[in-house]
Design a protein around this ligand. Structure first.
Ligand code: HGY
Ligand code: MN
Ligand code: MN
Length: 399
């Protein structure tokens, strides 16, 4: 058994949490390329060096700790949502570091470690690993902007010590990512581990509707071209029209809305909103896109609005590699017999992009109350240590 050290593992997890600690519970605010993110990556690079790995920061700021020979790549991301939890991504990075250290100490199989950049999509969708895998060109990524108008090109220029070269994926035999479930199932069923069988696909784009800004008191309701009312009508239309297309597992979210000029006595003349949808079936994602575009065009035409769509970003649903997944299942059954399940991932992960380059598999540990992408995200420490043990068991078996 690889001699993983739970105390060292937990100490590093809590140390990572300190970068961008939100001061609310165990929450973090550590968006890609923020001061906290860059400080965390600098600290992580040092920990990788201490583990005997050679550090490589790629052109978009993903930080790799490379073993000498052909190795198993493990990791996740250390950037967070604008309001995030201490474990989303961070767990997979620190678990990978701990397994790499233990394996080196025991003369075990070589393990490399990665913290991908901007998995949380301040700019794109899993941007850093999407660029590395070729799912998104660096040129297109550089043109993406965050919600304050900062470009990816400007942001990534802040990363110190970036190399101009991407790591050659041929040096890796496969990729394992441990992650919190970010959903309620394992916690509710009192199970310790989820072995992922597939990751859903995603589509994400911005939609803008422009009507007429006017006085909230003197403008009659008839004839208003109120951008908020347009969004409201669009939202109702897609919900109606999705009814016979979606399944209970399908999700769609309007998570970010900019209403201009956002004043209580002004009829809003412009709205830009994020439209994101996810499902395990690529064909259903396409049918939903047609409904979304059609509903937006209908609202624009009937209400006299100008309509524009931003670039569409997306990733296809992917299945996990059978051999790597089998090693995780075997190690899980050995550690927590009967207290685990095979399950899909409703969250997106870097593993989706990496699956274009090499075999991948994922492991989940429970999220208390299923909470994530919120300061309240948490997992009991014994569950974190169980996940680490399963991961180490699988790595040893894959040796
Ligand atoms: O949104 C996601 O699924 C991922 O946590 N960024
Ligand atoms: Mn994540
Ligand atoms: Mn996340």
């Amino acid at each position: 058994m690889l001699p993983v050290n739970p105390d060292r593992f937990l100490a590093d997890l809590h140390q990572l949490r300190s970068f961008g600690a939100a001061g609310v519970g165990k929450g973090v605010v550590r968006p890609a390329y923020s001061e906290a993110d860059i400080a965390a990556r600098t600290w992580l690079a040092e920990r990788m060096r201490e583990a005997g790995l050679s550090v490589h920061v790629d052109p978009v700021g993903s930080v790799f700790g490379l073993a000498d020979d052909t190795s198993l790549l493990m990791g996740s991301h250390s950037d967070s949502q604008p309001e995030g939890g201490w474990l989303d991504g961070a767990l997979g990075v620190i678990a990978a570091l701990e397994v790499a250290r233990a394996s080196a100490e025991a003369g075990g199989p070589p393990v490399s470690v990665v913290s991908f950049q901007d998995e949380e999509g301040r700019f794109g969708v899993t941007t850093g690993s999407a660029v590395w895998s070729g799912n998104l060109s660096l040129e297109k990524a550089d043109g993406l902007t965050d919600r304050d108008g900062v470009s990816f090109a400007e942001a990534r220029a802040r990363m110190l010590g970036r190399s101009d070269a991407f790591v050659d994926p041929a040096r890796f035999a496969g990729f394992l990512e441990m992650h919190i479930e970010q959903g309620p199932i394992l916690d509710r069923e009192n199970e310790a581990i989820g072995v992922v069988d597939a990751i859903v696909g995603i589509r994400d784009m911005k939609v803008t509707l422009v009507g007429e800004q006017n006085h909230a008191g003197t403008t009659p309701m008839r004839g208003r071209r109120d951008a908020f009312q347009a969004l409201s009508r669009f939202n109702s239309l897609i919900a109606e029209r999705f009814a016979n297309v979606v399944t209970p597992a399908t999700v769609w979210t309007i998570g970010h809305v900019t209403l201009h000029p956002n004043a209580s006595s002004i009829v809003p003349g412009k709205v830009t909103f994020s439209m994101q949808w996810r499902d395990g079936d690529a064909d259903r994602l396409g049918r939903m896109e047609a409904i979304i575009r059609g509903a937006a065009e209908e609202v624009a035409a009937s209400g006299g609005f100008d309509l524009s769509f931003g670039p569409m970003l997306g990733l296809e649903p992917v299945d996990m590699d059978a051999r790597l997944r089998g090693a995780l299942e075997h190690a899980t059954e050995a550690k927590v017999p009967g207290r685990w399940r095979k399950m899909p991932s409703g969250a997106l992960h870097d593993a989706t992009n990496v699956s274009k380059l090499m075999p991948v598999a994922m492991l989940f540990v429970p999220s208390i109350g299923g909470i994530s992408h919120a300061f309240g995200e948490d997992t009991a420490e014994p569950d974190l240590v169980t996940g680490l043990g399963v991961l180490a068991g699988a790595v040893e078996a894959l040796g």
